[in-house]
Design a protein around this ligand. Structure first.
Ligand SMILES: C[S@@+](CC[C@H](N)C(=O)[O-])C[C@H]1O[C@@H](n2cnc3c(N)ncnc32)[C@H](O)[C@@H]1O
Length: 436
């Protein structure tokens, strides 16, 4: 008889076992139903084996994490279209990685996965085709102190800078004096970036200003408008102003930045800073197409937690024109690169190549949690399209999970209808790269 010591269990086997234990809570379907029949409150899980093409895959439905926004760090409070909540990456990072292992998001967006991984002491790699992604993510892994921000802002507004030309009329959004301050800050940041002098404090200020450009409340630089992640066109803003009978009032750019900075830093203790410091030093920031990411080394990643662009639901370039203007980024170049395929076959082609690239960068036994949204009112189930793509490039599918805040035991869980159109549910395909 061969005895196997605990240390002989591979990381791959360990990850897989932990995943199924957490997803299934160790109960089979009958035990789950008994639990529900007993009227027990709290979390319950449903599990089915589903047949998709030639693959049989366990499907789990349950409430695996809380939906409350405030259950995560203040550092996440930055808006971005189609971002997920921090609880989602936290669930997988805690379950499937150890401190020091590298976590990657090839569609990083506002950097939810990376910020959460850094807060948990994991090494990180980020990629997004949109350069705004790094602008929004990197500073939150190296946060300055509030007093550093305050003194840098005073220095900036006391200094003279050579003006970066602006040819766009923004008078429908901003009071003249507000715009003057914004142009001054924009020119300062541009000069610092171009002369390679931009440091972590400048980057923090850039990130906040980029987030305060437009919004509903006096906490933004603009008159009442849509949030910064959905910037309206100048013409649409003129209509909003006419409808509301408003003209842009003076806003205090410095005070607005300071206030948001304070709120973002409210959960950042010294302990958090010292945990994140080494993570920031070894971080990889890539700005490539997800299909070809030469900055991310082969076999370097333990876990991918990501959500891809979903068909034509979000137009990242149109939503971000004002943010690109502020950061002197060429919007047309981005527009031509960001994939918003309208046909499922085109989307599949992009994702197949992305999967192939993920297979390259993952270490043996590494995992992918691939979150797909609810598309076209549930008529398109992207998880069914993702699964064969992953299998095709060599992954094993560990499970499909649906995190849903509300579901009933009577629903057929594969076609589960309740609540899945809302923002509270996530559909996730989990793959493993074979080997140890
Ligand atoms: C659904 S969002 C990701 C949001 C992210 N999970 C978060 O919480 O912020 C998808 C991201 O994919 C990026 N993207 C679209 N096409 C891409 C491509 N071909 N390669 C890399 N990134 C791409 C978009 O710029 C966008 O930031």
């Amino acid at each position: 008889m061969v005895s196997v010591s605990a240390s002989a269990v591979s990381r791959s086997t360990e990850r897989s076992a932990k995943l199924h234990a957490a997803l299934g809570k160790g109960l089979d379907v009958q035990e789950e139903l008994d639990l529900l029949d007993s009227g027990a409150q709290g979390r319950s899980i449903q599990k089915e084996i589903v047949q998709l093409g030639s693959a049989e895959v366990p499907l789990y439905v349950g409430e695996y994490w809380e939906s409350k926004q405030r259950s995560s760090s203040s550092l996440h409070e930055v808006s971005y279209r189609a971002c997920f909540k921090a609880n989602l990456p936290r669930f997988f990072i805690e379950l499937l990685t150890l401190p020091g292992e590298r976590v990657y998001d090839p569609f990083a967006g506002r950097g939810t996965t990376l910020v959460e991984a850094a807060l948990l002491g994991r090494t990180i790699a980020a990629n997004d085709i949109n350069p705004l992604s790094r602008i929004l993510s990197e500073p939150r892994v190296s946060p300055p102190t509030q007093s550093e921000v305050a003194s840098r802002l005073s220095e900036i507004f006391e200094s003279t800078v050579s003006e970066l030309p602006n040819s766009i009329d923004l008078s429908m959004f901003y009071h003249d004096e507000t715009l003057k301050d914004m142009l001054h800050l924009r020119s300062y940041l541009w000069t610092r970036r171009e002369s390679h002098a931009e440091d972590y404090i400048d980057k923090w200020i850039r990130m906040i200003a980029t987030n305060r450009l437009t919004g509903h409340s006096p906490g933004f630089f603009s008159v009442y408008s849509l949030p910064p992640n959905q910037a309206v066109t100048a013409d649409a803003q003129i209509k909003i102003n006419e409808k509301l009978g408003q003209i842009p009032d003076r806003r205090d750019v410095q005070a607005i930045i300071l206030k948001k900075s304070k709120s973002l830093l409210s959960d950042v203790s010294n302990q958090v800073r010292s945990l994140m410091e080494p993570v920031a030093h070894s971080a990889i920031w890539s700005n490539s197409d997800s299909r070809n990411t030469p900055d991310v080394p082969s076999s370097s990643i333990s876990l991918v937690v990501t959500s891809p662009p979903f068909l034509d639901i979000v137009n990242y370039a149109a939503d971000n024109w004002l943010r690109c203007w502020f950061n002197a980024i060429d919007i047309e170049r981005i527009e031509s690169q960001i994939s918003v395929p309208r046909k499922i076959s085109q989307w599949e082609n992009v994702m197949r190549e992305t999967m192939r690239e993920l297979f390259r960068v993952l270490c043996d036994g590494g995992m992918v949690a691939f979150e797909v949204g609810e598309v076209r009112k549930g008529k398109v189930r992207l998880e069914e399209h993702v699964l064969p793509l992953g299998l095709e490039v060599g992954f094993v599918c560990e499970a499909i999970m649906i995190n849903s805040q509300e579901f009933t035991k009577t629903a057929n869980i594969w076609g589960v209808k309740n609540n899945l159109g809302g923002t509270n549910s996530n559909r996730i395909v989990i793959f493993r790269k074979p080997g140890d």
